[in-house]
Design a protein around this ligand. Sequence first.
Ligand code: SF4
Length: 374
Amino acid sequence: MNHRAVLPGLYVHVPFCLKKCHYCNFVITTDRSNDMRQQFFAALEREINYSRGRYGRLKFETLYFGGGTPSALTAAETLKVFELLRNAFDFANGAEVTWEVNPGDVDAEKIAVYRAAGVTRISLGIQSFQEASLRDMGRPHGLAEIRQTMQALRSEGFKNISVDLILRLPGETLEHVRHNLESALALEPAQFSLYDLEVHAATVYGARAARGELKQISESEHEAVTEFAEQRLEKAGYIQYALGAFARPGFESRHNLNYWHNGAYLGLGPGAFGYMEGVRYQHAPDVQRWIGKCLRADWKPETEDVLTPAQKELETLLTGLRLKEGISPGDFSEDTKEKIRPLVERKLLAQESGRIALTQRGRFLAESVFAALV
Ligand code: SF4
């Protein structure tokens, strides 16, 4: 078979959610009616066909279903998504295929379909092991569903399971974080993703923060909690290979590594970003607008950045700094090296063995480091 190119990544955004979590800023819909699902599939099929025509029959190394909640799809819908993709594209032998799951969303039938369809990696959105925090976040599950889902995934033979935990939740203390980590470690996942809570204005938490009613630990407590979490996971045998990403050796997410190496990827679905042929694009950051555009065959992206060499260099730097191993500054322009120097002097970046990487303090202040570089 003739492939025009070999690409590392394909991202598919599935926007359905049972309800909106109080911190959620993703492109989602809580309309899970048959009508909405049919529109989603009709639009996705057109976007796949358009992408096939635009880029050819691509071959991917990784495939990542995110959302929203991919596990909101029924077993039949899951098979249909794979069929649409396999009709249009090829996947490398041993491709990494990740499916995001929310606790309580799957049954034995769906999990068996994931295996049959070729899913190799599950990303489980646990977020916290405090029942009160889960309720406060508006999560659609409790602790019982976390345990049931993990058990069901294990029974079907899934070994490569990544779990998400959020740090700095309202009311969360070091004791809570310790409990969350120990509870998660007891489940023996292959990978951890630790996120700091981001408070966005147009969310329930954003409104609470504006009223002064969102109580979070202080910056210094947060730094101590982050350091504790990093050390606990490393002691348990997980290697931190990127900001907030810890894995048992050999279980690093190849899809995410491709992002952090600033590799190309195709994005499908509402709100999905793609980075193809040096252009970063997004068709529409809204479910209904995306459906409308796909059904009208309007393929002009609402966001389209043709990166200049200087922008590409900056992106390579910013994504590369997310990696624990950092990045080689060898080919960077003098201008970029000038920006790096003061951050090395402030010990936020370290230069060792010809590579630049965030220090521990730099990892904690990563957003400020990135802002200084931009
Ligand atoms: S499950 Fe995820 S995508 Fe859906 S509302 Fe909650 S945070 Fe947002």
